[in-house]
Design a binder for this molecule. Structure first.
Ligand SMILES: [Ca+2]
Length: 267
């Protein structure tokens, strides 16, 4: 009995101090001058100045200062894409909305490698411009869909035996797949769409079923040629049989990367 009491006492004191510390640190954060967004090098954690931060949908552009800090005075009710660009670094993209921007963002960006090939610039909208207000992107798509698929060519990446070729999709918004629905990424009651399909030279190399940032798809090097075609097709509403209703999605920051095999295994 005594042991239980001591245990409870320790637990309470410890528990209380934890709660107390949380509240205090939360308050300090709010009023601290360090409460600001920051761009750093992902490896060294060094602050990066003069990085360009953009939110294309609302035509917002700003730059990080000499301490890597930047302000975001943006009002974003629906999810959209934020980009960070800096010479010598890979383009970075992130899904943001007012909820995300409530807390300071510390964004680590990676140095570029000579083998990286940036495939897209800005945001690509695939679909047919017909979408529900409850879709995973209930926002006002500013960019009209260019069709239900995109096609880009790229040269053979020079990857050695110990290296992988990977398609990196920085950000995807608006997917209404069964999995996205199960994860609570949209509010559509019953229907869902097939996943996005990714092809290289006609071979299906992967699918995308979940919204978010930093998707990687491994490409079998045996299917690569001197010039290659990457095709990304959006899914279709599996419950609409009278006509084809393509899933309206936004893709951003697509890149072909060469990575060490161990790198891919870790991610
Ligand atoms: Ca649609």
């Amino acid at each position: 009995m005594r042991k239980i009491f001591i245990f409870l006492l320790i637990y309470c004191v410890f528990g209380f101090s934890c709660v107390f510390a949380d509240v205090i640190s939360g308050k300090i954060d709010r009023y601290d001058t360090n409460y600001q967004n920051k761009i750093v090098d992902s490896k060294t954690q060094k602050a990066l100045s003069n990085a360009k931060i953009t939110i294309p949908e609302i035509h917002y552009t700003t730059y990080s200062d000499k301490n890597g800090a930047f302000q975001l005075n943006a009002d974003i009710s629906n999810q959209t894409v934020l980009f960070v660009e800096k010479e010598g670094y890979k383009v970075f993209s992130l899904t943001v909305d007012n909820n995300v921007l409530k807390n300071p963002l510390k964004l680590g960006i990676e140095q570029t490698s000579p083998f990286d090939m940036q495939i897209t610039d800005g945001v690509v909208h695939l679909g047919d411009n017909m979408f529900s207000d409850n879709s995973a992107n209930s926002g006002d798509f500013r960019i009209n869909a260019n069709g239900h698929f995109m096609s880009k060519t790229f040269k053979r990446p020079s990857a050695g035996a110990g290296q992988d070729v990977v398609i990196r999709i920085g950000t995807i918004i608006g997917l209404d797949t069964k999995k996205a629905k199960q994860l609570g990424q949209n509010r559509i009651a019953k229907v869902y769409s097939s996943p996005v399909e990714v092809f290289v030279n006609g071979h299906k190399v992967g699918i995308l079923e979940v919204n978010g940032d930093n998707h990687s798809i491994l490409v079998n090097k045996a299917i690569l040629k001197d010039t290659n075609e990457l095709v990304i097709k959006t899914g279709r509403n599996l419950f609409q049989t009278e006509y084809v209703d393509y899933d309206d999605i936004e893709l951003a920051n697509i890149r072909i990367e060469v990575q060490e095999k161990s790198y891919y295994a870790r991610h």
